[in-house]
Design a protein around this ligand. Structure first.
Ligand SMILES: NC(=O)C1=CN([C@@H]2O[C@H](COP(=O)(O)OP(=O)(O)OC[C@H]3O[C@@H](n4cnc5c(N)ncnc54)[C@H](O)[C@@H]3O)[C@@H](O)[C@H]2O)[C@@H](O)CC1
Ligand SMILES: [K+]
Length: 498
């Protein structure tokens, strides 16, 4: 797992490490790593035009020392000073190596025009405006420099994080730099993995400055293929369908038959031992037509609980199921078991109306809302606020409902009380298509029934779901049905990396 730590944790760890090291040692390590990445991004360092955007803090210091390194190797380096102060030793070093500086802090129009011309003509732009000391969106003159860098043709390297993104949450309030590459020091910052921040960070390169031993638990984890491979249940030689897991699926209705087909398909391709499906007669017909291996039973319209399958290891409930009183009875019955339950879609709306259904539960429970459903679960919080603060809201919902929460969206986040949150790295806008959530519910339910705990099932489900979307049709636009057959390839890809 890649780990990300909050600003407070990073500062405390840096202080402990700095106390044992000579003055300036950490900044030299950071700047050295930054210069290495910069030089890799240039066809050749000698003669290259490098513009440093320099703020008033140590983030600017890193940029100035990295610029010094490049200037010594023959690059033409120009520092654009935006802060009320500047890292004086860094600036002196840059000047000593032949670099030049201009300040855009004052009112002088000419200086700004010069800076803009330098940025437009650059081969590489280094964003050292703000690091972990940044608060809120960028203000003038930083904001104008960020816009100018975004419009320039040269690639942008962000120092530690793109200036203007919130390091702890990924929130972006106003202007922020858009980077092609971010070189982050000591540990990852959560905001680099959670949209909208993640989307501005580009490729994130980690620079080890020796902070590891000083770091306590992470705020956020990001799995890689090998982590998923290690988590996935591996059916042993003696596995039979019961040991591989039997999943109960309560999805789809007379109106939404496709939800049943997609949820069952996600589960079957996700490696479940058996699916026991219960639903309206028309949905049963449709499910059996697509997936004859399903054990399906028709719900009795008078006594819906009579046909609910027993002998399952976990449940998925909600996709396309509807909000009528029978669905409420069914949800109560499923949540009343001691089995792991994944609650999705319509069942989430019902839970939002009666939160105690989940709060009172002690058995493993996983809620899988998108931002709209989340705004119902967290009453009074609107969708836009949830999109802007995904980590915070997923964590809040996990605490309020006392269970695991997977918040779907541009960055899918998994939260569970007392554990680091997890950001899924495989997400793609290809998944923003009707029915895609049903497939995720089935796939993740299969993993639950295979014995994974909700957090691990959610992390693996989200990872495989995103990977399946990328693999299906080589990344061309897809529909939810295309995701299902791509799941085995996604699993194979992950296992090959493990
Ligand atoms: N502490 C350490 O040991 C190390 C720190 N390093 C670097 O130092 C950075 C942190 O340095 P600082 O603590 O000096 O903080 P920053 O360099 O992030 O900048 C803080 C300054 O920016 C101003 N500022 C804050 N928000 C602003 C906004 N929205 N618009 C305009 N100006 C704003 C503040 O007045 C403050 O002076 C890290 O991100 C990293 O790049 C590295 O050199 C590695 C070692
Ligand atoms: K920066």
């Amino acid at each position: 797992m890649r780990q990300a730590h909050t600003v407070d944790t990073v500062r405390a760890a840096e202080n402990r490490l700095m106390a044992r090291l000579p003055d300036g040692a950490l900044m030299r390590r950071a700047a050295g790593a930054l210069a290495t990445v910069c030089s890799r991004m240039l066809p050749r360092v000698y003669g290259a035009r490098v513009v440093l955007l320099v703020g008033s803090g140590d983030n600017g210091g890193d940029a100035l020392y990295a610029g010094t390194n490049l200037a010594r190797r023959g690059a033409s380096v120009r520092a654009v000073l935006a802060g009320s102060r500047v890292h004086e030793a860094g600036l002196a070093a840059l000047r000593g190596a032949g670099g030049r500086a201009l300040s855009v802090r004052g009112e002088e129009e000419q200086a700004r025009a010069d800076a803009e011309a330098e940025i437009a003509a650059a081969d590489l732009i280094v964003d050292g405006l703000l690091g972990i000391g940044g608060r809120g969106g960028l203000r003038a003159p930083h904001s104008a420099l960020a816009a100018c860098a975004e419009g320039a043709s040269a690639p942008v390297v962000a120092v530690d994080l793109p200036s203007g993104i919130d390091a702890d949450t990924g929130a972006v309030e106003g202007a922020a730099v858009r980077a092609d590459v971010t070189v982050t020091f000591g540990t990852h910052k959560p905001g680099l993995f959670v949209d909208p921040g993640a989307e501005r960070a580009g490729v994130v390169e980690f620079a080890d400055i020796g902070l590891g031993p000083e770091l306590p638990f992470a705020r956020l984890e990001v799995p890689q293929a090998a982590d998923i491979a290690a988590l996935l249940p591996s059916p042993g030689r003696e596995a039979d369908k019961y040991r591989r897991g039997v999943l109960g699926v309560a999805a789809g209705s007379q109106r939404y038959r496709g939800a049943a087909v997609l949820t069952v398909g996600g589960a079957l391709r996700g490696g479940v031992g058996m699916v026991r499906y219960a639903g309206h007669a028309d949905a049963v017909t449709e499910v059996l037509h697509h997936w004859p291996e399903t054990v399906a039973s028709e719900l009795d319209p008078v006594d819906p609980l009579a046909a609910l399958p027993g002998r399952v290891a976990a449940w998925v409930i909600g996709p396309g199921r509807g909000l009528h009183p029978m669905s409420v009875l069914e949800l109560e019955a499923v949540l009343d078991t001691a089995l792991p339950v994944l609650v999705d879609a319509d069942a989430l709306t019902l839970v939002a109306r009666s939160p105690d259904l989940v709060r009172a539960r002690t058995a493993p429970t996983l809620l899988t809302p998108h931002a709209g459903e989340m705004s119902r679960l967290l009453r009074g919080t609107d969708r836009a606020a949830i999109e802007a603060g995904r980590l915070e809201h997923a964590t809040r919902a996990a605490e309020e409902y006392g269970c695991t929460v997977l918040l779907k969206g541009s960055t899918t986040v998994v939260a569970e009380p007392g554990r680091p949150a997890v950001a899924n790295p495989t997400g793609t806008s290809l998944l923003a298509t009707a029915g895609s959530g049903d497939v995720l519910a089935g796939l993740t339910g299969a993993l639950l029934s295979g014995g994974l705990a909700p957090r691990e099932a959610a992390v693996c489900g989200a990872y495989l779901h995103g990977l399946a979307a990328r693999l299906a049709h080589d990344g061309a636009p897809i529909s939810a049905s295309d995701l299902v057959p791509a799941i085995p390839e996604a699993i194979g890809t992950v296992l090959a990396a493990g």
